[in-house]
Design a protein around this ligand. Structure first.
Ligand SMILES: Cc1cc2nc3c(=O)[nH]c(=O)nc-3n(C[C@H](O)[C@H](O)[C@H](O)COP(=O)(O)OP(=O)(O)OC[C@H]3O[C@@H](n4cnc5c(N)ncnc54)[C@H](O)[C@@H]3O)c2cc1C
Length: 389
């Protein structure tokens, strides 16, 4: 049973072990991959072998059975070490949908194999070219045909699809014109992409400003077995929503880790770099942005913990999870800015890793949910102001 205590636990031993693992993947490793937009296969394999990507899978299915805050500690340490958890973080929260809403057969069939690393569940297909923020407007359609569904449509920004065996897909099963609520008629499927690729599924990588292994996925009359459906047909939007708090808390923890990396880098460099015969960090103009980012990071860290505490106690945590993600993404960006300014020209040289982490950190104010939408959520659901869209 999880308790309020779990989110306050520091997971010192796990953090130390993650730190040791990450030390084997220094800046040179990530820089080389960044140049070619390569996937960090060895890093992901090591995390899998060590059991970290199965942190949230219950012990009964071969995972570590940690509470959410344990997974948050792992991801925070990865980012804090200068590595990039974006290569694999989705595996931690995607499987929550299978765990909460999947059939016994799906759980027994997939979770032990995901926990052991035999199968990778890294791809989450929600966003489409014409529907990002407005998930309910997706048009990818799964049509029931006897004991199978036939899928047609296109997803975009499906990260890690080329490095995953399974995909959790959100598709329409009832046309939008035929449902009362726009969020009805959407369904979630757990798809075996190895089979689907032989039958009409194709993947096209998208080059991005940072190395993220993201793709477009095309479905051209792709047949999938009817038992790929997760939970009940038409209730998929709710299932996806139920995983979003976990996703936001984990992304928040990653951003806190990024902020710590930037603050550490900036502080050390500022103390060493001599200009006008004294360390640049002796100047308040250099100190203050770093100190301010530190204060922002600490506040975000507390909000991540508060959100995780509520989540683990099974209490409502939508506001806290959203605020945690927003504050942490802003803190990591403030720290990134301060770090660039502290490094001056050297920030732009590849070998210091600052420019790489700077590019990577920017994403989290846009995805998986943008700051504007979090502010809209707070305005409407916490402060009771009229819905703006
Ligand atoms: C690198 C990367 C990886 C990703 N990985 C995945 C993945 O694995 N799976 C997946 O499904 N998706 C993924 N996404 C998609 C991501 O979740 C979307 O980009 C995000 O939800 C925003 O959607 P959009 O880009 O279509 O922006 P849009 O919805 O077009 O919005 C554009 C801008 O308008 C603002 N906006 C829109 N509506 C409003 C409003 N009502 N009020 C105020 N502002 C508004 C938004 O805040 C945003 O800044 C990824 C994206 C990126 C860039």
């Amino acid at each position: 049973m999880t308790t309020r205590q779990d989110a306050r636990a520091d997971y010192g031993e796990i953090r130390d072990e993650v730190k040791k693992l990450c030390a084997r993947f220094p800046g040179e490793y990530w820089r080389a991959l960044d140049r070619t937009q390569g996937y960090p296969t060895e890093f992901v394999e090591e995390l899998t072998r060590a059991g970290y990507l199965a942190a949230l899978i219950p012990e009964a299915f071969g995972g570590a059975g940690l509470p959410l805050s344990g997974a948050a500690a792992i991801l925070e340490e990865i980012q804090k070490a200068g590595c990039n958890g974006g290569a694999c973080h989705a595996q931690m929260y995607i499987m929550g949908a299978v765990l909460r809403h999947g059939s016994d057969a799906q759980k027994e069939n997939y979770l032990p194999k995901i926990a052991s690393g035999e199968l990778r569940l890294q791809a989450f297909g929600v966003t489409e070219p014409t529907s990002g923020t407005d998930t309910s407007s997706i048009v990818t359609f799964a049509r029931r045909d006897g004991d199978r569904y036939i899928i047609n449509g296109q997803k975009i920004w499906t990260s890690r699809a080329e490095h995953s065996d399974l995909m959790l897909l959100l598709a329409r099963t009832t046309p939008r014109a035929e449902v009362v609520k726009r969020t009805d008629g959407l369904s979630v499927f757990l798809i075996d992409m190895r089979e689907a690729k032989k039958n009409g599924l194709s993947i096209r990588p998208i080059r991005t400003m940072m190395n993220h292994a993201t793709t477009e996925v095309f479905f051209d009359n792709v047949p999938i077995p009817a038992d790929s459906l997760v939970g009940e047909e038409g209730k998929g939007f709710r299932y996806i929503l139920s995983g979003m708090n976990a996703e936001r808390i984990l992304i928040g923890a990653e951003c806190v880790g990024d902020a710590k990396w930037f603050i550490d880098k900036a502080t050390n460099y500022g103390k060493e770099r001599q200009v006008f015969g004294r360390p640049i960090a002796q100047n308040q103009g250099v100190q203050f942005p770093i100190a301010k980012a530190y204060a922002q990071m600490r506040a975000a860290e507390l909000m991540v913990r508060e959100a995780a505490t509520l989540f683990e106690a099974g209490e409502e945590c939508g506001a806290e999870a959203n605020m945690a993600k927003m504050l942490a993404a802003e803190a990591s960006w403030a720290a990134a800015e301060a770090c660039v300014q502290t490094f001056g020209g050297f920030a732009f040289a590849e070998e210091y890793d600052v420019e790489r982490k700077f590019r990577e950190a920017r994403l989290y104010q846009v995805a998986p949910i943008s700051t504007n939408l979090i502010l809209s959520y707070l305005s409407e659901h916490v402060l009771g102001m009229p819905r703006s869209y």
